[in-house]
Write a protein that binds this ligand. Structure first.
Ligand code: TRP
Length: 332
């Protein structure tokens, strides 16, 4: 099988959490074995709605998360978005291939505009971040983009821009990419309300201490009507079961536990103890690896990956510019 090019990215707005792990990190560890994988730290995209200090302090934290969960710099190319100016250039060209109306209809952006109360004062940079993401994906000629399902509209938007580009300037210069969904598409927050997110404070962070993990597990939303151990409990929408689904390996035993809980007689505390143990066992080796990492090494890994990635970006942009006839001095 031909090696495919994979591109993914994260905004460096905080340390990564279990939601990131389930939604994308886990599949990246598998994908790096068979494919050429690029992982971008999307600091420019993060600037569309975050403060500069948060972003600059989290770049190395995210690098540590990557390495500690098993991404290998010999197999995965890590890159820093802001250090590749060709990305910004391509974003600017792509702006002509997308309309305001289309960007406003992007379902992910639409939800975020509401969440951030941007209805009356929408920064253009924020509205246009899907265009910049299209540049991210296409400049490296990515075939696949492994993401959670909230990112599907970004890939659709990317592919529309690619089709428009190809129809306007010629085929084969930039190409369409496919989204790859991870199995468990999104992990809910410990409050059971929305997806796990650092800003909502409802996520278990990969670098949380043993005590923080325990506290969060015991705060988890279960079934408010499951008052006595003997009461029948609801499995659906029960955060503890959602996390067990994602992390507990003995699936047969898990099915027995669900049946027992639904019937009555299985208490929340017992269940939470099992989940706590499961998550502690999962995170302990990650924490240990993380503690052994240092900033200088992380910086070097990111720098050498960025240099390598930039060569690809420069090559793509040469073709893009010549297709768009933005090469005046080379022609005259
Ligand atoms: N939008 C993605 C997120 O918020 C981050 C991202 C930036 C990305 N560029 C990308 C993801 C390119 C995949 C491909 O998680």
């Amino acid at each position: 099988m031909l090696m495919s090019i994979i591109l993914t990215g994260d905004r460096p707005t905080g340390k990564l959490h279990l939601g990131h792990y389930v939604g994308s990190l886990k599949s990246r560890v598998e994908l790096q074995e068979k494919h050429e994988q690029y992982v971008m730290i999307a600091d420019l995209q993060a600037m569309t709605d975050n403060n500069a200090d948060i972003i600059s302090t989290n770049i190395l934290e995210v690098m540590k998360d990557y390495i500690s969960i098993g991404l290998n710099p010999d197999k995965t190319t890590f890159l820093l978005q802001s250090a590749i100016p060709e990305l910004t250039e391509l974003t600017f060209y792509y702006m002509n291939l997308v309309t305001l109306g289309r960007l406003e209809r992007n379902p992910t952006v639409k939800t975020e505009i509401q969440q951030k109360n941007y209805e009356n004062s929408l920064p253009m940079g924020f509205l246009c971040y899907p265009v910049s993401q299209a540049a991210d994906i296409t400049i490296f000629q990515a075939d696949f983009v492994p993401v959670g399902n909230d990112q599907i509209p970004m890939i659709e938007q990317t592919n529309e821009i690619v089709r428009k580009f190809s129809a306007t300037y010629g085929e084969g210069i930039v190409k369409e990419a496919k989204a790859v969904l991870s199995n468990t598409q999104r992990l809910v927050g410990i409050d059971g309300k929305a997806k796990a997110s650092k800003s909502l404070g409802n996520a278990i962070i990969l670098s949380d201490s043993e005590e923080e993990i325990r506290r969060k597990v015991f705060e988890m939303y279960t079934d408010p009507n499951h008052i006595h151990v003997s009461d029948p409990g609801k499995v659906e929408g029960n955060v503890v079961f959602e996390y067990l689904d994602a992390f507990y390996e003995d699936k047969n035993h898990l099915e027995d536990l669900k049946a027992h809980y639904a019937k009555g007689g299985l208490g929340d505390v017992k269940l939470k103890k099992l989940l706590n143990q499961t998550l502690q066992d999962f995170i302990a080796p990650i924490r240990e690896r993380r503690n052994a990492l240092n900033d200088a090494d992380m910086k070097n890994i990111l720098l050498s990956g960025t240099k390598k990635a930039r060569e690809v970006a420069v090559r793509t942009m040469k073709n893009v510019r010549s297709a768009m006839k933005i090469n005046f001095f080379e022609q005259h």
